[in-house]
Design a protein around this ligand. Structure first.
Ligand code: AMP
Ligand code: MG
Length: 404
């Protein structure tokens, strides 16, 4: 056993170091049905105006605004998808349905409810104005206008928009392929009865969920033993088909902590310890062929907090997200937060609304082994290193995981 040779790096410095050394993985064209949750890789520009034609917003009659207040002869019908081939002349109107093309000559639509119909003569009220009750061509988008910017996450509205401008597929960032490995001789498959001294491999399932939420495609490597050669073979096999290796456990300074030497033998370790609580032993390495490895601490909260701070932004960068970080909001501390002398601390809190304020309550013991401190937490409150602490009532920035 040795004292760690790795310098303690500021959490912020480590986070930017990780981002500097992760790259966009390139794009692929994907059909709209499979684009939800993906990230747009190139700007989408409208090639045609949207709508492409003047389209009625209501069921009613298309006419000239100048003709209002008098009886008009109805000369045809323009239904959605069935345009009428004649123009609206002075003294005439065309029955029109929602989505129907406004006929030539007409400059407004009057709603069905507002007219009186007798045979083929319709009487419309006065005071109509040109442009009323139809969507002009280009009202939503002009030809050449930016529809969606590269880096936009694709959700329901964005995909609807892509379809509306006629694109059956989109260029999206490739998903990072992540090999996920838990290490430790004490770990057993969840569901098996642990023998004395054994625990279920819970990090695998926590990290799998976190990785998927961050857009990764995950290959589960299961449990690796605390044995250097076996671990090395497992990792080498897995790396063949992966962009990223994520491990948990085996990074603190102890005889069974094998991940750092393994990563050193495979590539370059850039971060080996960070001034972060929880998560001090967090390790980051670059590997041949542009691959990267994250050695997360074994303690369940440490692995998830370091995932949040370091891995999630990197995975988002790989996919081309414009926004790498989670949103932050100012929150009022509802408790006295003690600080750690030499490390930035992320304390887990729940939030509640008091008027326009968000007030943070501690989730209880902040032990890095206590997942109960993170389950149901709404936010991570950043407490700067020092011996000052932050008093109840102070407003601090919080990383928002969810809102109450
Ligand atoms: P390590 O980083 O390997 O020294 O592990 C630190 C602590 O985290 C130990 O108490 C381990 O038993 C625990 N731990 C490590 N890996 C896991 C895992 N996959 N699931 C749950 N706990 C773990
Ligand atoms: Mg271990």
């Amino acid at each position: 056993m040795r004292a760690s040779a790795y310098p303690l790096v500021d959490a912020e410095v480590a986070a930017s170091l990780v981002l500097e050394r992760t790259r966009f993985l390139g794009s692929e064209r994907v059909s709209l049905g499979d684009c939800a949750g993906r990230v747009l890789a190139e700007d989408v520009v409208a090639s045609e105006p949207l709508p492409a034609f003047p389209s009625s917003a209501v069921d009613g009659y298309a006419l000239r605004a100048a003709d209002t207040g008098r009886p008009l002869r109805v000369v045809g019908e323009s239904a959605a998808g069935r345009p009428v081939d004649r123009a609206v002349e002075p003294g005439t109107a065309v029955r029109i349905l929602t989505g129907g093309v406004l006929p030539a000559g007409a400059d407004c639509v009057v709603m069905m409810e507002d007219v009186e119909l007798s045979g083929d003569v319709v009487t419309v009220p006065g005071g109509l104005k040109p442009g009323q009750n139809f969507h002009a061509p280009g009202a939503d988008l002009k030809a050449g206008e930016l529809v969606l910017a590269a880096g936009t996450p694709l959700g329901a509205a964005e995909l609807g928009l892509a379809a509306a401008v006629g694109l059956p597929e989109l260029p999206v960032g490739r998903r990072p392929r992540v090999a996920l490995l838990s290490t430790g001789d004490e770990l057993v498959e969840v569901g098996k009865t642990p023998a004395r001294g054994q625990i279920p491999d819970s990090n695998r399932w926590a990290l799998l969920a976190a990785l998927r939420e961050a857009g990764a495609e995950v290959r589960l490597l299961g449990i690796g033993p605390d044995e250097p050669e076996a671990l090395r073979r497992l990792v080498l096999d897995a790396l063949a088909g992966a962009d990223v290796l994520v491990t948990s456990g085996g990074v603190s300074v102890g005889t069974h902590d094998l991940i750092k030497p393994l990563l050193e033998s495979l590539g370059d370790v850039h971060v080996g310890r960070v001034k972060l609580k929880p998560g001090k032993p967090f390790t980051f390495a670059t590997l041949p062929d542009g691959k990267v490895a994250f050695g997360l601490p074994g303690f369940p909260v440490s692995s998830l907090v370091t995932f949040e701070v370091f891995v999630r932004p990197a995975l988002r960068k790989m996919q081309g997200h414009a926004q790498l970080q989670r949103p932050t909001l100012p929150v009022r501390l509802g408790y006295d937060a003690r600080a750690t002398a030499d490390r930035t601390e992320y304390q887990r809190v729940t939030l509640k609304r008091e008027g326009t304020d968000l007030v943070a309550s501690s989730t209880g013991s902040q032990s890095s082994s206590r997942l109960m401190s993170l389950a149901g937490a709404h936010a991570l409150v950043r407490i700067p290193a020092g011996d000052q602490g932050i008093n109840e009532g102070t407003v601090v920035e919080a990383i928002i995981l969810s809102l109450p």
